[in-house]
Design a protein around this ligand. Structure first.
Ligand code: DGP
Length: 114
């Protein structure tokens, strides 16, 4: 989508700190990190949210990328939180589905639930 910020990042049209990339997904650090580690994983193809008919294979790939990102960011063994905001009540602000991977410090009930 021409006006989608994450499509533009996936296309390399605007800069981001890329953590991982393959033919289907790209992972990059959140511009406004809520934890020491805060990385977003997005499919390169545009889907509005997790309920937008994402094919099973892509959905599986998207979530299997979480482990890769956790390893690359050094939080795989210490633990991390995975969040997918969906729609207005969940305060989804970028309408291109994305998986938040948060970690790098102990969390409690007051930690970001984004
Ligand atoms: P959500 O509320 O789940 O839609 O989160 C969207 C996240 O996207 C938010 O944590 C900030 C991040 N974000 C928004 N614009 C940009 C951008 O241009 N670059 C990067 N790296 N992150 C962005």
């Amino acid at each position: 989508m021409s006006d989608c910020i994450f499509c533009k990042i996936a296309a390399g049209e605007i800069p981001a700190t890329v953590v991982y990339e393959d033919e289907l997904v790209i992972a990059f650090d959140d511009v406004s990190p809520q934890m020491p580690v805060h990385t977003l994983i997005v499919p390169k193809e545009h889907y509005r949210d997790i309920g937008d008919g994402i094919p099973d294979a892509l959905m599986g790939h998207l979530f299997n990328t979480v482990k890769k990102v956790a390893e690359l960011k050094g939080v795989a063994s210490s633990g991390y939180r995975v969040i997918v905001n969906t729609g207005d009540d969940a305060c989804q602000t970028v309408h291109h589905v994305h998986v938040h991977v948060l970690g790098g410090a102990p969390m409690n009930s007051g930690s970001p639930a984004l």
